[in-house]
Design a protein around this ligand. Structure first.
Ligand SMILES: C/C1=C2N=C(/C=C3N=C(/C(C)=C4\N[C@@](C)([C@@H]5N=C1[C@](C)(CCC(=O)O)[C@H]5CC(=O)O)[C@@](C)(CC(=O)O)[C@@H]4CCC(=O)O)[C@@](C)(CC(=O)O)[C@@H]\3CCC(=O)O)C(C)(C)[C@@H]/2CCC(=O)O
Length: 211
């Protein structure tokens, strides 16, 4: 196949990644972060292009080591949106971990109507028997994060770690503040920023130390 090259751009995927991570490490102020959180932050920045993300990160000191240990012992990854689940690189997972998103379950619209909430929040009702020791990744829906905190407060099994990274204007900052104030191991991006790509990137960084 022939084709003329009009633009001068990098075409080597490995080299694109290498240059990206080098740029992030040069431009982002990672100095105050523990080494394992720094590694996760780099990959989250890689997913969104915002090197100033570091200033909005909040985390518990053991979150990465606990999430990593949970994944190594086979814990499932519970995702609020299919976009998060789709972004998880399966080959990085240490124990062929199950990646679960219950949003499309046929029972969810009815549950949402019954509970008077969003489908994203109602979908967490189907997480109950997998929650214990799981790794939760919320990248889209603030209502899902609020609901998780309510469930745990009401006695539901506790996840090993919660990556609370919903994006948006309504409830996003508040839900992440509530997670940061909880006793769950967590990483959050305070404020409006977040998103499914960032949540998936955080899981990918935790799953494997390879960059
Ligand atoms: C209020 C919602 C927000 N959604 C945002 C941004 C994006 N959402 C996309 C898509 C495709 C989906 N969003 C839903 C989760 C849907 N989004 C909502 C809800 C109405 C409520 C969530 C909440 O407030 O907690 C939610 C529907 C629900 O009843 O739960 C989705 C299920 C809608 C649908 O397709 O039916 C769907 C998720 C699909 C999946 O499983 O992956 C976007 C791609 C929208 C787009 O541009 O098309 C985008 C993705 C952002 C991301 O990185 O994840 C907001 C901005 C987060 C917003 C919540 C906050 C706000 O408005 O302030």
């Amino acid at each position: 196949m022939s084709g003329s090259t009009v633009f001068d751009y990098e075409k080597d995927g490995a080299e694109i990644y290498r240059q990206s991570f080098a740029t992030i490490r040069a431009e982002a102020d990672l100095a105050g972060l523990p080494a394992d959180v720094s590694q996760v932050a780099v990959r989250m920045i890689h997913a969104c292009g915002m090197v100033d993300l570091v200033r909005d990160l909040a985390y518990t000191p053991e979150v990465v080591s606990r999430a990593r240990a949970a994944l190594r012992s086979g814990a499932p990854i519970l995702c609020d949106a299919q976009m998060v689940a789709s972004g998880v690189t399966r080959k990085r997972l240490p124990a062929d971990n199950e990646v679960v998103c219950t949003l499309s379950d046929p029972s969810v619209p009815g549950l949402a109507a019954e509970l008077g909430t969003t489908r994203s929040a109602a979908a967490l009702e189907l997480w109950r028997d997998r929650l214990e020791g799981s790794v939760v990744a919320i990248g889209n829906a603030p209502t899902a994060l609020f609901r998780l905190l309510e469930m745990v407060r009401d006695g539901a099994p506790r996840p090993a770690a919660v990556l609370g990274i919903p994006v948006g204007f309504i409830g996003a900052a508040e839900s992440k503040d509530a997670l940061a104030a909880s006793d769950l191991d967590h990483i959050v991006v305070r404020g409006r920023r977040g998103g499914s790509a960032m949540a998936a990137a955080a899981i990918n960084a935790i799953a494997s130390e390879v960059e």
